[in-house]
Design a protein around this ligand. Sequence first.
Ligand code: ATR
Length: 282
Amino acid sequence: MSAGPILAGVVGWPIEHSLSPLIHTIWAHRAGVEGYYIPLAVAPDYDSFARAMDSLRVIGFAGVNVTLPHKEHALRYADAASDNAKRAGAANMVSFSEAGAGADNSDISGFENALKAQFDAAPKNKRALVLGAGGAARGVVIALKSLGFSTIRIANRTMEKAKKIAAEVGLETVGWSARNEALDDISVLVNTTSLGMTGQPPLEIALDALSGDAIVADIVYTPLQTELLRTAVQYRHRTVDGLSMLAHQAAPGFRRWFGADATIDEALRKALVAELNTRGLA
Ligand code: ATR
């Protein structure tokens, strides 16, 4: 390992919206670690990604987070990959060591930990409904499986995409128009679609049928309090928002590359909310 400050960052295109530099900078400051976590804009094609990664390795980066559109590229580039990265077919972490570049997927463990933080007791049942069938849905489904959920339903506007994930991972598919009826006996509802995001159409779903102690999670974090989460709070459901998932997916990278603790607490959340407010996004 090279001497000097620890170097890490996040690779994506575009990247200027990323909150990861702020999260890591707060943790580094708290731990008194000398290091930098840098946003790195790398053009969408694989060759640009691979050349950037080769350079980061030479420069002595400890590792990087990887976001859209490079999560599949990260898996392809790496010399070795964790089971979660292989199962998801995508990685959001690449760590450099003498042994080479190792890919991991902390989107999965991040969602798992954000959800577990809401389980004051074990969930009443192990049934969940996931809305959406994109890359984020795949990670959420893998996390739910590893938390022991035995029934996972997936509803998506384009049924073919839901069927594809269902066939790979073993799930029940639900027609998009039947999503309300699929709510009545579940303990976790997760929105992984872009519906409800600023500038996107609203997510139309009636939560009346959802049991009182269910948890509602939304990967959207602009706005932070989506209509789905606001309604869920009115119904007294526990909620998991996109910031919680973001912070939980960031922690493994920080611990690994900066070698210090990454605590997710109210102060961190406040700083992130303040940043979103500054950007007019909260
Ligand atoms: P990601 O990989 O981040 O999950 P994505 O692949 O673009 O992103 O997936 C977006 C999800 O939002 C998809 O499930 C998409 O549904 P389709 O597969 O039918 O495209 C869903 N989505 C986006 N706009 C939607 C809309 N107007 N109505 C219903 N679902 C929508």
